[in-house]
Structure formats: C-alpha cells, structure tokens
Design a protein around this ligand. Structure first.
Ligand SMILES: Cc1cc2nc3c(=O)[nH]c(=O)nc-3n(C[C@H](O)[C@H](O)[C@H](O)COP(=O)(O)OP(=O)(O)OC[C@H]3O[C@@H](n4cnc5c(N)ncnc54)[C@H](O)[C@@H]3O)c2cc1C
Length: 420
C-alpha cells in the first residue's frame, strides 16, 4: 500500500528529532523541524558520544537504592540531589524505585535491547546520506574496574546483557595494560564491548544530519513550539513563537522539555531531567584508544575530535536550577585517576565545561507512540542515558508509525499510557 504523504512537523532538533525528520523525509513526507536553537545544541551536544547497543541495563536495578547513600555522601560521587527540589522529584523517585524489581528490569532490558540493538543499522544510512561517516568510529567500548569486588557488584548487569545476546571480551590486568598502556595500574579488570562505537563530535554529527535533511528539501524553523493545535482529534497546526505552522502530523521530540506539550494532550508523563556534565581537555597529553567507562566512578572518557571528553554524573535538580560546575570539574580529578599521564592543572582556555538535561523516565524506557488525544501526534522522547544510541532507531520507528506501517519492534513497552 502506498504511503499517504503528509506535512509533518517535528518539535526538537536533537538526535531524536533530526533522525525522525530524516526518516520521515525518506518516506516522502513534507517535513519541517522547529527548535529555537540550532540542531544538536541540547543534550545531544553534551554527551559522551557513545553508540552502545550494550546499554540495555535500566538505571533502576535491584540494589540500586542501597548504593544511593554512599553515592550521595561522596563529593566526587556519581549522584547529587538538590534537596530543595525533592518535593517535585519525589513522585519520579518513587516510580524509579518501583521500576527496579527483577521482573520489571528483565522486561525493560528486553525492550531496550530491541531499540538499541539496531542502532548502527538505523544510523549508517543517515550517515552515508549526510557524508558524516568520518564522525563515527566502531572500535568498541571499554569498561574498567578498580577491583574484582567492584566487578562482582555489577554481576547482575552483565548477566542481563548476556541474556540479551550482548557479547564481550574479558581483559585481565596485564591484557588491560596491553590494550591501553595509558590506563592507571589501579584498574585490574576490563570488559571490551567490541560491537559498540562512538562519534568523535556529537554536535557536529547532529548538525550534519540536519544539513542533509535541509539539502533534501526539509525546513528548519528557529522557533519554540508552544502548542499542538487540534480540531477535534485531528491535528491542524503547531503553534510556535513565530506563528502557526500547518501540519497533518507532529512528532514531539523536545527531549527533557517535552512534558508540557504532552500534558496539554492529556498525557501525564513523569519526565525528569537527569542533569549530566562534561569536561573536555583540548590537546590532552593522553587519550584512550576507545571510550573508556570507569565503572566505579560511573563516567566515560571519550576520545573526541576536539579533545578528551569526560562525561557523566547525575544531578537531580530539575530544568531551571543553575549548573553546579563543581560537578563538571570533579570529572577532571576522576579522569586523572583513570589516566595519570594527564596534567594536574590546565589553563582555563584548554578546558570546556557543559551541562545537559538527559530526558529520563523512571523505567529507563522512552515514550515512542501516539498521543492519547490525537492519532496525528506522536511522542519520541525520554531516552535518558541512551539517546544517541536509541535516537536513530526511534527515528525509523516514528516514520513507520506516521506512514502507517507496522513498526519493526513491539512498541508496547514504550507506550505513553503505561504511566496512566
Ligand atoms: C553527560 C551526558 C552523557 C551522555 N552520554 C551518552 C552516550 O554516551 N550515549 C548515548 O546514547 N546517550 C548519552 N547521553 C544521553 C543523550 O545525550 C540524550 O538521551 C539525547 O541527546 C537526547 O536527545 P533528544 O533529541 O531527545 O534531546 P535533545 O538533544 O536535548 O534535543 C531536544 C531539542 O528540543 C528543543 N526544544 C525544547 N523545547 C522545545 C520546544 N518547545 N519547541 C521546539 N524545540 C524545543 C531543544 O532546544 C533541543 O534542541 C548522555 C547525556 C548526558 C547529559
């Protein structure tokens, strides 16, 4: 059956919105994207750039709660909560804890596996079309542990990966040294996820994909979307700061800012910002062979085109609070522990800091699917820690939904109504 061509508006020019716009365009739809900022300036700027189909382990696991006090007590720890924000955060936290039962975690991992597994199959056609293949490397991803006890604590997560068909190579202390001689001898165990990859510049990648979208006839409107205008259940337009843009279908891909747009359509989705930081060193003395994840410190060191990026940490403080740059600066201290060859101090002009909002849902699964009130409005947000990896496949799924084809994976676990 031929696809009915529609005028489709995509709200948000991050990796998810641009991937959706690109796939919709491939289906022959007339597509525009609205965003007040240039493509790839949101969370899609600040991340570690990893394409990790192995990241199927939900954030809330059995036992996560037990680790929280120790994380919060450590000023270099991976988690911080602004206590003033707690009254707003509490309902999300309750759902987060409830999502971490063994049975739910298995189902969440299975669902994530379906979304993240086809990452490269969905990404590569977009890269080819955009001439952006040089921005992606498929060299693997290394997870390192400071002790056998640290590795043992992650056993459940590795078992979940094994059950979902993820493969890896185990490296002992000597093999780790051979793989990357720059690594501190403090690390005694490594796991190399050979099927993973990374981009050397996440922002440039999204910008390139957006350029290709425009070259192929797509439109970018620099404006904030304010409302989805319905007539009965049917979409008429997207109202923006710059006026109404007529549309027959819309995709809400505004990352951490998607909540009010969905709420206005009757979908109360517990979307929260898990704020993350990065610190980048220009012309670093050392650089890892592949993105290297310090499993105890819970941060990633990624070799990027413009330097070495340390990215990670979770800060629960909402969308409005000012960044706490100490959360970014501590990544340097952590990073030096990983790579002792780094200098103890850097002039400010060689350092850059960034904070981004991971759009996070308590069960670590995004919302992908139609809205409650209109069959013309589709959600594509809430990718949390894995939006770079899950963005391309989400784009493909959204095109299937808008074009009326059966989606390639079961979207039941991603439905908006699961929070009703
Ligand atoms: C420190 C850190 C490290 C990370 N590392 C990784 C990693 O290694 N691998 C991985 O897969 N993921 C990683 N992530 C997660 C990943 O970055 C996000 O999940 C992903 O970027 C989300 O993409 P998005 O397109 O949904 O949102 P965004 O990139 O935030 O894009 C949303 C866009 O919507 C726009 N917008 C907002 N409101 C409106 C509105 N009303 N109208 C129009 N436009 C609007 C914004 O301006 C923005 O451009 C990391 C995140 C952080 C913070």
């Amino acid at each position: 059956m031929a696809t009915v061509k529609k005028r489709v508006g995509v709200i948000g020019a991050g990796i998810v919105g641009i991937a959706a716009a690109s796939y919709l365009q491939r289906d022959g739809h007339e597509v525009f994207v609205v965003d007040p900022d240039p493509p790839g300036e949101g969370a899609s700027f600040s991340n570690a750039g990893c394409f990790n189909p192995s990241s199927i382990v939900p954030m809330s696991m059995p036992g996560t709660l037990r680790k929280v006090p120790q994380w919060l007590a450590d000023p270099l720890g991976p988690l911080a909560i602004r206590w003033r924000y707690l009254p707003w955060l509490a309902p999300w936290l309750v759902r987060f804890i409830r999502a971490g039962t063994p049975v739910l975690v298995e189902a969440e991992a299975r669902a994530l596996s379906g979304l993240l597994g086809p990452c490269f199959a969905a990404l590569v056609p977009l890269l080819k079309d955009a001439g952006a293949e040089h921005l992606v490397r498929r060299l693997g991803h290394l997870v390192v542990y400071r002790s056998a006890a640290g590795a043992a604590k992650d056993a459940a997560a590795w078992e979940l990966r094994r059950q979902n068909g993820i493969g890896w190579e185990e490296l002992g202390a000597d093999e780790l040294r051979q793989f990357d001689p720059q690594l501190s001898r403090e690390y005694v165990r490594g796991i190399l996820l050979t099927a993973n990859g990374h981009t050397t510049d996440p922002q440039a990648l999204v910008a390139r994909l957006a350029d290709a979208f425009v070259r192929n006839g797509g439109k970018l409107h620099r404006a904030r979307a304010l409302e989805l205008v319905l007539e009965g259940a049917r979409l008429r337009a997207i109202r923006t700061e710059a006026g109404e843009l007529p549309a027959e279908a819309a995709v809400v891909a505004a990352g951490a800012y998607s909540k009010p747009l969905a709420a206005a359509l009757g979908d109360r989705i517990p979307l929260e910002s898990e704020r993350g930081y990065h610190l980048m060193i220009r012309d670093p003395e050392v650089s890892p062979r592949v993105p290297t994840n310090d499993a105890d410190g819970k941060f990633v060191a990624t070799p990027m085109a413009n330097g070495l990026r340390f990215a990670g940490t979770v800060e629960l403080a909402g969308l409005a609070a000012a960044p706490d740059w100490r959360r970014a600066r501590m990544l340097l201290e952590q990073g030096r522990r990983l790579f002792p060859g780094l200098a103890t101090r850097y002039p400010e002009e060689r350092i850059s800091l960034w904070m981004g909002h991971r759009p996070s849902l308590p069960d670590s699964l995004p919302v992908i699917g139609p809205s409650r009130r209109s069959p013309d409005v589709f959600y594509a947000f809430g990718h949390g820690h894995v939006g770079m990896t899950g963005g391309p496949m989400t784009g493909k799924l959204i095109a299937e939904l808008v074009s009326g084809r059966p989606p390639a994976i079961d979207l039941g676990p991603f439905r908006a109504s699961r929070f009703a």
